[in-house]
Design a protein around this ligand. Structure first.
Ligand SMILES: Cc1cc2nc3c(=O)[nH]c(=O)nc-3n(C[C@H](O)[C@H](O)[C@H](O)COP(=O)(O)O)c2cc1C
Length: 226
């Protein structure tokens, strides 16, 4: 894990490089302990978004990526409500489902969305205990497709699912799981001070030794210790 000062220095260095080569203003590549694909390394969740619209063909590709996510029994138990700024009424309505903290930064993003899961298998009506899991996988794939196109996604649990059901007339049997924004990264300087600090803070994760277990719960897998 990088110490915080190192993280700040890395973020500043990337900001400078980004300005020179016209890459996104702010990049925060994951300081990994083992090599991973560049796409995974580059994905992060900014809060500073540019107001630049995301073209419809790019949005189509993002949701096409979600479409091809794996799911239990190939049920594809997801649906997405998407509000773009060119429909200001729907953008404002979706924004109003977010908690105040998220509204402060998400309002600038050109695209807002809500991921919704179908709770039962369409064919049998039996509960689908993997519906949330599959929906998360679809959003993960969408996020990586976005990263490959210089577009970023920031997911949010901080929204009111009941309000979303009411305002978007989500039918029973479907549950709003998470909201997310889609857009091009903006200038962190545009954020209020507390959010600006979080935007440039170093990225942190638990070490593999804490969560990759071997033949007993709590016992780190041997290949991780090597
Ligand atoms: C399901 C989910 C809910 C989240 N909810 C919020 C949220 O309400 N507000 C927010 O600012 N960030 C939210 N986040 C973003 C996380 O804080 C972020 O993914 C985490 O700190 C790791 O940072 P990274 O995505 O840049 O690697 C959420 C992320 C996920 C996956």
């Amino acid at each position: 894990m990088l110490p915080s000062a190192g993280g700040h220095a890395a973020a500043r260095c990337f900001q400078k490089a980004a300005q020179l080569i016209e890459e996104p203003l702010m990049q925060k590549p994951a300081p990994t302990q083992h090599p991973i694909h560049t796409l995974l390394q580059r994905r992060w969740s900014p809060r500073a978004f540019s107001e630049k619209p995301v073209p419809p063909d790019v949005l189509r590709s993002l949701f096409e990526a979600a479409r091809w996510a794996p799911s239990s029994n190939n049920e594809q138990p997801w649906a997405f409500l998407v509000a773009t700024r060119d429909n200001p009424e729907s953008h404002a309505r979706m924004l109003s489902t977010l908690v105040e903290f998220n509204q402060t930064w998400a309002r600038h993003a050109p695209v807002l969305a809500i991921a919704v899961s179908e709770l039962a298998f369409a064919r049998t009506g039996k509960p689908n205990r993997n519906a949330f899991y599959d929906t998360g996988a679809a959003v993960a794939d969408l996020s990586l497709e976005a990263t490959s196109r210089g577009v970023f996604v920031h997911q949010m649990a901080g929204f009111d699912p009941h309000k979303a059901i009411e305002l978007f007339e989500i039918p029973s049997g479907w549950e709003p799981i998470a909201a997310f924004v889609i857009g091009y990264p903006g200038n962190p300087e545009s954020l209020p001070e507390t959010l600006r600090q979080r935007e440039t803070a170093s990225r942190e994760r638990k070490p593999l030794t804490e969560f990759v277990m071997g033949d007993h719960w709590g016992k780190t897998a041997a290949f991780v210790q090597d």
